[in-house]
Design a protein around this ligand. Structure first.
Ligand SMILES: [Zn+2]
Length: 254
């Protein structure tokens, strides 16, 4: 699942492959691709900058055009390692070829070409809160936004308008490490609790960027004994309008 840490790792893989390279060929082999009819507009353009904003990936090209991508639950970006993509090419939504690399997006919820100057007006990007993985991220600002949310903590953490980049895994894992009940209203968090929760989520995600490993204390561990208190079993239940599963220990996160 592509949470913010995955996107940063994807950008780091794409950088050496296509940054400052000219796109020699661009195609959308999958008939369901949203840019099926205009992928070839990318040909001849140079990749200037690859940027992540939460779970969004932006590939900026040299003539004021940007590729805007969001992978949703099941999409992926892949780099051809010389043995292909590990998936049939005909499934690719977008396939880019440079002098010495081939990269492709498979699946996802967003793939579109947009004028770079119009990005600021895009509602999906404009509504994003501070990016938890941004170098200039300010935890105090993010903590204040979290406490201002009318939702439960587990819902507020996923609200990309509050803070962007956190997904379902880090929602549960950060609440567990912080010892906070994800079902409490976010507005009930003290300044200290909110600040600590944000710091924990950011540290967990930065670790995952570097190591590629995510904490696995409670996520998908329903029914197993809590690794901290050993007194209760990890529970799971859908939370919020989107019914995203939350994992928590009812004993030490009470
Ligand atoms: Zn416990």
């Amino acid at each position: 699942m592509a949470e913010g840490d995955s996107l940063v790792r994807i950008a780091r893989r794409l950088d050496p492959a296509i940054l400052e390279q000219r796109i020699l060929a661009a195609s959308a082999p999958n008939p369901r691709s949203s840019i099926r009819t205009h992928a070839r507009r990318l040909e001849g353009r140079r990749v200037e900058r690859i940027e992540t904003r939460g779970k969004h990936l932006l590939i900026h090209l040299d003539d004021g055009l940007t590729i805007h991508s969001h992978l949703g639950m099941n999409g992926s970006w892949r780099v051809d390692d010389g043995r292909g993509f590990g998936k049939p090419e005909r499934a690719a939504w977008l396939l880019l070829e440079t002098d010495d690399a081939r990269v492709a997006q498979f699946g996802g919820t967003t793939l579109r070409l947009v004028r770079t100057a119009e990005l600021a007006r895009d509602p999906r990007l404009a509504r994003l809160g501070p990016d938890i993985l941004a170098p200039d991220f300010d935890p105090e600002v993010a903590a204040a936004r979290l406490r201002a949310s009318p939702e439960e903590i587990g819902v507020a953490l996923l609200d990309q308008a509050v803070v962007c980049g956190i997904g379902n895994i880090f929602k549960s894992e950060s609440c567990f490490e912080a010892g906070l009940d994800p079902w409490r209203p976010a507005a009930s968090l003290t300044e200290n609790e909110a600040g600590r929760l944000i710091e924990i989520a950011r540290r967990q995600m930065l670790d995952a960027v570097e190591t590629g490993r995510r904490p696995g204390q409670v996520y998908k561990k329903a029914g197993r004994p809590c690794p901290r208190c050993r007194r209760a079993g990890i529970r799971s239940r859908g939370q919020g309008d989107d019914n995203r599963t939350t994992y928590w220990c009812p004993n030490c996160q009470a």
